[in-house]
Unconditional design. Structure first.
Length: 323
């Protein structure tokens, strides 16, 4: 039995080698009806081969059991013939004749069993019944799932077609009486698809549902567009992200450089303002000293008790002869 997970050559692939997603994995109502028909065929073949195996097994038992019994009897009789016959006149002679006839009959039964191959054919039908049952369960399980959870429709149909051809070629022939029994038992089931060996020939169906075909076409186009967008996004976005990061880093470095230059200028202007401030403080200090000296220039005549005040400018000029 082929594995349902094997990938077929009909599965479309993109340039990267990945499978292209189909709408509902490509499943249509026509494909589902075809596989349901094959599943019914498998169930019918399993029933036919199972009943044939039972029939041949019974026939094999009808031959094998008498052969075993007669072989045991003849062997025992040939050993104890003298004790069985005793003093009966010609008893040993007739006893040997009887044993010979029974042995002959046993040989004939054994030869007929080997000729009709009941044991081998019974085993072959048993194996075929098991194989058809597996094939029936394979299709039933797959069709019981949602289309999105199944494998690709073309892959699964190819697998089932190969298995169907192989089982039909390798399965032994079913007797006519078993086929007649099948027909009499399942004639009332009209919804059951029967194989052609059951005196049932069906017309070949053709896919002509244009509505479903248009739906599938639109769905395929939508899925292809989505796949192309995803592929384009996967190829373009990494390069776009890289370029954006480079632009951001470049812009950040430029702003950082401008900020550092501005900070240096501010530090320079701050130093000059500090120098101006210090010079201003020195000038103010010198001015305070001059005012103090001017105030001390007031001459008080203690003896005459008259206050003699010289002009401040004159006092300053006298106290600052170096200017």
């Amino acid at each position: 039995m082929s594995s349902p997970k094997s990938s077929g050559s009909n599965t479309p692939r993109d340039l990267s080698g990945n499978k292209v997603k189909k709408f509902q994995n490509g499943w249509t109502e026509e494909q589902e009806r075809l596989l349901a028909k094959w599943s019914d065929y498998a169930a019918c073949y399993r029933w036919l081969h199972d009943r044939t195996e039972k029939k041949l097994s019974n026939k094999n038992n009808l031959i094998t059991i008498p052969v075993i019994i007669l072989s045991t009897v003849t062997g025992t009789a040939s050993v104890g013939l003298n004790g069985l016959v005793g003093d009966v006149p010609n008893g040993q002679k007739y006893g040997q004749i009887a044993i010979g006839l029974v042995s002959l009959f046993t040989g004939i039964l054994t030869t007929l069993g080997n000729f009709f191959r009941y044991a081998q054919n019974s085993e072959a039908h048993r194996v075929s019944a098991i194989s058809w049952g597996k094939f029936n369960r394979l299709i039933s399980v797959e069709l019981a799932q949602k289309p999105d959870d199944r494998i690709d429709s073309l892959d699964f149909i190819n697998i089932c077609r190969q298995d169907l051809d192989r089982l039909i070629e390798q399965s032994p022939q079913v007797p006519d009486d078993i086929i007649n029994n099948f027909g009499s038992e399942f004639d009332h089931q009209e919804d059951l698809s029967k194989p052609d060996i059951c005196n049932n020939i069906e017309h070949t169906t053709v896919y002509n549902n244009s509505k479903t075909r248009m739906k599938m076409l639109v769905a395929e186009l939508a899925l292809n567009m989505r796949h192309k967008k995803r592929l384009l996004r996967d190829e373009v976005l990494p390069d776009l992200d890289k370029r954006m990061k480079e632009m951001i880093e470049k812009t950040f470095k430029e702003y950082e450089k401008k900020i550092n230059e501005k900070k240096k200028e501010e530090d320079k202007y701050g130093f000059l303002s500090d120098v101006r401030k210090k010079l201003g403080e020195v000038v103010d200090t010198i001015g305070d000293i001059h005012i103090t000296e001017a105030k001390e220039a007031v001459v008080i005549d203690i003896s005459s008790e008259n206050i003699i005040q010289a002009p401040v400018t004159d006092v300053i000029q006298r106290r600052r002869p170096y200017q």
